[in-house]
Design a protein around this ligand. Sequence first.
Ligand SMILES: C[S@@+](CC[C@H](N)C(=O)[O-])C[C@H]1O[C@@H](n2cnc3c(N)ncnc32)[C@H](O)[C@@H]1O
Length: 331
Amino acid sequence: MDGDQCKGVTPTAMVDTSSLHTPVFLERTIELLAPAISHEGAVVIDATLGMGGHSEALLTRFPRMTLVGLDRDPDALRLAGERLKPFGDRVHLVHTVYDRIEESLSGLGISTVSGILFDLGVSSLQLDRVERGFSYSKDAPLDMRMDMTSPLTAEKILAEYSEAELRRIFYEFGEEKLSPRYARKIVQAREVEPFTRSAQLVELIIAATPAAVQRAGHPAKRVFQALRIEVNSELSVLSAAIPAAVDALEVGGRMVVLSYQSLEDRIVKRVLQARAASTAPAGLPIELPEHRPELRLLVRGAEQASESEQISNPRAKPVRLRAVERLRTTK
Ligand SMILES: C[S@@+](CC[C@H](N)C(=O)[O-])C[C@H]1O[C@@H](n2cnc3c(N)ncnc32)[C@H](O)[C@@H]1O
């Protein structure tokens, strides 16, 4: 149901959404968006609705704003839809991949928005549902789809990708130095028995990791990250989504992006910094209006959560926050 507009959806399972996910950087996100979203008629896109934690707080604090919540995971939309029901027609939920912001907005008759939030990555709900296969610490089917209606799974990748393709994704999306070794071992092992469970893959990676290799974290961490990114095309989607999001912001509109790993943050940083820079050719005596920066960076570099937030919410530890304000349109 890509692109479907769903309002007031009902949950299939009874889950207490408020206890599922402590929104990361909640107060800082509110503080950064506030100047842009307090006015009558403000529209905010939560591009990664998840359990609706950030959305609920925004709707509560800014009673004059309307929210457009996007998620590719139908389960998240159902549960957040239930949580946000008290806000009635101030909430519009759309099942879509977030690089389709423009289509989602035009489906609702909206052209530009006042605020946008991206809280990237996997939700606690997705991580906690063992059967989704995101975790290397629990045995589960090798699935890893954020959208259970999409066709590519981790099992399919491990069965069908060539050794060279596996090597590439482990290297590019997992920054895994042992990519050649793991790819070779996987291709050898699948001749004997196909990979269907995460425990099989974890076992192979542990056995293939030389004892002398010093690792930060679990040896399977990077391979699992790489598979998840490939299954969900996470980086290519993000590369398209950030420029599309900037285009959707009205002048004075603000955007906050929370990234959970350096590959995501690099993409976000590249786009935002480029559009926050003047494009005036060197040597031009005056800066023409069309060369002026389109964005203003609201934080210096990438901000990390305070020590106290990192202690109270361990999910906040790897997060890098970037925020911008739109200064002018390009049209
Ligand atoms: C970290 S959670 C968001 C949590 C949310 N801020 C909250 O307070 O509950 C990220 C959510 O984004 C969704 N997501 C990830 N990539 C997406 C994409 N490319 N398009 C749409 N949704 C995506 C995931 O399905 C997940 O539900």
